[in-house]
Design a protein around this ligand. Structure first.
Ligand SMILES: [Zn+2]
Length: 245
């Protein structure tokens, strides 16, 4: 059943009431609405727990999409009680983890501003993220860190603009990523905009982001690896450059 994905309009929603609409054979739970992000676009799905009316908890280890993009399945870890269809629950996401993912995900966007090469892959993680670029140039990682931190400190607003799938198809140039598909299939696509009037960047993305660049906090490029002749892998970590030792 199509879910009302509340996180699409509010990245800061960490709890909500929801009603169970389906239980899958593997124990996966569908709800009428959710604040849990489902794995996609290089960002891992949310974890957390469902609180039942009696106060007991169902711990969720993973959130993923079903056969279609508008299906979201909340997967409990092993040994959890199964709720009933129609049961009303309160969802609580692991906010500390999600906020780190939002900071990291936003950092990946900033990196694509500093390094304006086509992106060939990306994976957001709570401790480290990586972005692969189609490039042959050699760049100094500390120089990239300095440029990234300048964008963080300038504290640009980060916000969404919605366009239709047709508008995106008519403007293929706004997609920076070579093989991460933009989040089409829902009729509308979110553009993640950075800076007043998208002065810094705008990029189709269905992930979750912080609302201003300052909230990314201290990050640095820990490593730039050569992955093939025309591919460079950048690893972003939290903390200052000296923190890696
Ligand atoms: Zn994004």
């Amino acid at each position: 059943m199509p879910v009302n994905a509340l996180y699409r309009d509010d990245f800061y929603l960490s709890t909500t009431e929801a009603v169970v609409t389906a239980i899958h054979d593997d124990g996966g739970i569908e709800l009428d609405q959710t604040c849990f992000y489902a794995t996609s676009g290089g960002q891992p799905g949310d974890t957390g727990f469902l609180e039942r009316a009696d106060g007991s908890k169902i711990t969720l280890g993973q959130t993923r999409h079903g056969a279609a993009k508008d299906i979201i399945i909340h997967v409990p870890i092993e040994g959890q009680a199964q709720p009933a269809v129609g049961e009303k629950l309160v969802m609580h996401l692991d906010w500390e983890r999600r906020h780190k993912l939002m900071r990291m995900h936003t950092a990946c966007h900033l990196l694509s501003v500093v390094c304006s090469y086509p992106i060939t892959g990306a994976a957001v993680g709570e401790d480290e993220s990586r972005v692969d670029f189609d490039m042959t140039d050699t760049i100094d990682k500390d120089e990239v860190t300095t440029k990234l931190m300048a964008l963080v400190e300038q504290n640009h607003p980060v916000y969404l603009q919605w366009i239709t799938d047709e508008e995106l198809a008519a403007n293929p140039g706004i997609v920076k990523s070579k093989n991460v598909r933009p989040p089409v299939g829902l009729g509308r696509v979110s553009l993640v905009c950075i800076g007043e009037n998208s002065a810094i960047d705008s990029q189709p993305c269905g992930g979750t982001h912080v609302s201003q660049t300052k909230d990314v906090g201290q990050i640095h490029i820990a490593k730039i690896e050569k992955k093939g002749k025309e591919n460079r892998r950048f690893r972003i970590r939290f903390g200052a450059p000296g923190d890696d030792a």
